[in-house]
Structure formats: C-alpha cells, structure tokens
Design a protein. Structure first.
Length: 207
C-alpha cells in the first residue's frame, strides 16, 4: 500500500506540471490563432446605402460574432491604453458600441456626445458645417473636469467633420484630447487631415 501511494504521489507530481504546461500551450495556440484573424472578414460592404453611390461598411456582422468582437475590443484596448485616458468620449451613436466595453476594460470613465435634446441638465454644444446644412453635438456641462485626458471614440472615420467637431466640443469643455480611436477608417477621404490629434484605426479601406 505504501509503495502504491508513493508511486501515485510521484506520478501526480509529474502530471501536474505536464498538465499545466499542456494547458498553457493550448492557451498560447488559441491566442496565436485569434491574433491571426482578419477582422475585415466580419465587415459587410453594402453598396448604395444610405443613398446611391455610397458604399456602406456595416459593422453589424462583426457585432454578431462573439469571438470576433472580443478580438476587436482587445485590439482597440491595446491601441488606446498607451494614451492613459481618464475618459472615453463616445460619438452618437455607434461610438457607444466601442466606447462602453472599452471603458470597462481600461477602467476609465465614459461620456456620451449626443444630438440636441438627448441629454438632461445643462449642456455644452458645438455646431459644425456639413456639405448641406449644419449639425450640433452636445455633452453635459459637468461631464469633464478641466485637464482630463480624453480619447474620442467612433465606429468610422470618413471625411472627419464629425470627429473634428467632437474634438472642438471637448476642448470647449476643458478636456485634454489625447487621441481618437476608430474601428474603420476610409483613408481615401482624408479625414485624419482635419484632426490635430493622434488617430488610430483598427481597419482601413482606401475607398
């Protein structure tokens, strides 16, 4: 009996590190495989939406895939973390989709930038020009403490008008805007040229 216990204990000692090593190796293989995933496979292109001549990059298909979405969030977190933000500013409305889970991952605050009439209490507003007409963004007046490090979050950077307006609004409120983070950037439209802050995008398309 004593010999049997000795052998069993000896094999358990051997098996334990082997099991841990095997488990770690499996995790590393899984992580490597995840890192190799091309997230563009999960972005659907829809022509002539919302009007003829426009190619729409639909992130709904990315959102629906739990694994792909987790990978996207992990990659965004690695992009944004070096800026050490106190706050993420989410542009209405698809910016909410990335900013909320990312704020949770990074342990920072979250504020919403919304169209007029959507936020209660006193607000700060910024009106900006569009190709045909104008638009306005607002934040709550007490959303930011002067000097706080803020990163702007949106799903897409195209011509850059909305993002530039977001930066202007945040600065009006006293923020130190340290960067902008996007899921998708249409590089051919030159949107980042309108911005005087660092810009990082997860996926880029030339058209």
């Amino acid at each position: 009996m004593r010999r049997y216990l000795h052998i069993t204990w000896h094999m358990a000692l051997l098996a334990s590190p082997l099991a841990r090593a095997s488990k770690q190796e499996g995790r590393e293989r899984k992580m490597t495989k995840r890192e190799e995933i091309d997230l563009k496979r999960y972005i659907r292109n829809i022509p002539d939406f919302p009007k003829p001549g426009i190619l729409f990059y639909d992130i709904s298909t990315l959102l629906r895939d739990a694994d792909a979405w987790q990978i996207a969030m992990a990659r965004l977190a690695r992009q944004v973390a070096p800026w050490e933000p106190d706050m993420l500013a989410a542009v209405e409305s698809r910016g909410f989709l990335t900013a909320a889970p990312l704020a949770d991952r990074l342990g920072c605050g979250l504020l919403m930038m919304r169209k007029p009439g959507k936020l209660p209490g006193a607000t700060i507003a910024h009106t900006y020009d569009l190709e045909y007409g104008s638009d306005t963004l607002q934040i709550q007046a007490d959303a930011i403490k002067p000097g706080q490090r803020v990163v702007v979050m949106d799903d897409l950077l195209a011509t850059g008008g909305t993002l530039a307006a977001s930066v202007a609004l945040l600065r009006k409120a006293g923020a130190n805007v340290v960067g902008a983070s996007l899921l998708v950037e249409l590089t051919g439209l030159g949107g980042r040229d309108k911005l005087d802050i660092p810009v990082k995008s997860l996926l880029s398309y030339e058209d």
